[in-house]
Design a protein around this ligand. Structure first.
Ligand code: XIL
Length: 369
């Protein structure tokens, strides 16, 4: 009789704890380790699909704008800023008590051509470009002063081989455009954190170049708080070892690490970068999971998520934030990049806005640490 009562109590306790586990969010489970977030689009901020909007408010401790704070959307013409979307997004994060990050101030993509050209369509002089950068950065950072925790000041300035990307910024100003951007951002808000952000940070030559940049910026007296590793990943690359090596190098450089745009594409890829102008032709072979994902492939994806998340947890003392690039598979950018019209499954919520089973495993891992 006694044993029976005790075992029923045990079952009840177990059931209760399974229940609270199921209720836990990723944001709650990772508290004290790092912020856990998602990129957010304007439909979500505007509540077009209220389930998505609620999920974002509930599951995450931090958000970032998927597009609306980038140079082109926020500053489409020299004398015109578009504040509506960014204002709403920042207010949405504040309402949900989430940390808001700014993405991004200076980037070669999603930036108006006007930024680099004069009235005749010719490249502007170094002085003019520098002044346009100053105005842009000062105005945008100034507007959200005290409301945004940190900014991706410069995005994607390096090629994978560690050389500087031959962007208009680089062509007109040389590598100093990076230093100017950090200086202008710091002047606009001395309390805001400043980040350098890039993809394929796991590639040794690129990582070394970024470490070199961190040292140069520090030597020039600039503030730099963290390096953002976009972490757009594939099934086989980057390896866990390469990812860990990049963490060790960044840690040794004396900066924090942010995982800023995490996703793991389940599809075959013709290209392992994230330069958004890359584009390849559609074929059925490159889009193999329109109906369903074979179990063995799903298991492999789950393992990859858990291996990477385990590594993030292992380095939680230097990793301040992990942000997934998008809430659901449905609205995910990888359905159209680098090939348009495919069906990818790269993030943590499925096409019915359901948490994937791997999320419960992630929560267990985070709580065990
Ligand atoms: C992507 C967005 O997700 C898309 O909606 C948009 O069409 C293109 O840009 N690196 C970055 C992000 O820093 O800003 C990019 O976001 C993905 C690659």
């Amino acid at each position: 009789m006694k044993i029976k009562i005790i075992s029923s109590i045990t079952v009840l306790v177990l059931l209760a704890s399974v229940d609270t586990m199921a209720q836990k969010t990723l944001g709650e489970a990772t508290k004290g380790k790092f912020l856990f977030g998602t990129a957010v689009n304007m439909q979500q901020v505007n509540g077009v699909n209220p389930i998505e909007t609620e999920l974002i408010a509930k599951e995450f401790t931090t958000i970032v704008a998927e597009n609306c704070m980038k140079p082109q959307p926020i500053h489409p013409e020299e004398n015109r800023y578009n504040w509506d979307d960014a204002d709403k997004l920042v207010a949405f994060g504040e309402k949900n008590k989430q940390v808001v990050t700014g993405h991004c101030l200076i980037w070669h993509s999603q930036i108006g051509r006007w930024f680099f050209t004069d009235a005749d369509g010719k490249d502007v002089s170094p002085d003019v470009l520098k002044e346009r950068m100053r105005q842009h950065i000062t105005t945008v950072v100034g507007r959200y002063k005290g409301r945004v925790k940190g900014w991706d000041v410069v995005n994607e300035a390096f090629e994978d081989n560690g050389t500087y990307r031959n962007s208009k910024f680089y062509q007109i100003l040389g590598k100093d455009f990076i230093k100017y951007a950090f200086q202008f951002a710091h002047d606009a808000d001395p309390n805001v954190e400043l980040y350098y952000n890039d993809y394929n940070v796991e590639t040794p030559a690129k990582c070394d170049a970024i470490v070199g940049l961190v040292k140069e910026l520090k030597a020039a007296g600039c503030r730099i708080d963290a390096v953002g590793s976009q972490a757009h990943m594939h099934m086989n690359s980057p390896t866990l070892e390469a990812t860990e090596t990049s963490f060790k190098k960044l840690k040794a450089a004396g900066v924090k690490i942010l995982i800023t745009e995490w996703d793991i594409s389940i599809l075959p890829s013709p290209y392992d970068g994230a330069n958004i102008s890359a584009s390849f032709k559609y074929s059925k072979e490159m889009d193999p999971y329109r109906e369903a994902i074979p179990d063995s492939i799903q298991q492999k994806w789950n393992k990859r998520v858990l291996d990477m998340f385990g590594l993030f947890l292992k380095y939680h003392e230097v990793i301040d934030r992990v942000t997934v690039w998008g809430l659901t598979d449905n609205t995910n950018w990888l359905n159209n990049f680098p090939i348009r019209g495919r069906k990818d499954y790269p993030v943590l919520f499925d096409r019915n806005n359901q948490r994937k089973p791997v999320v419960d495993e992630m929560i267990k891992m985070a709580e065990k640490q």
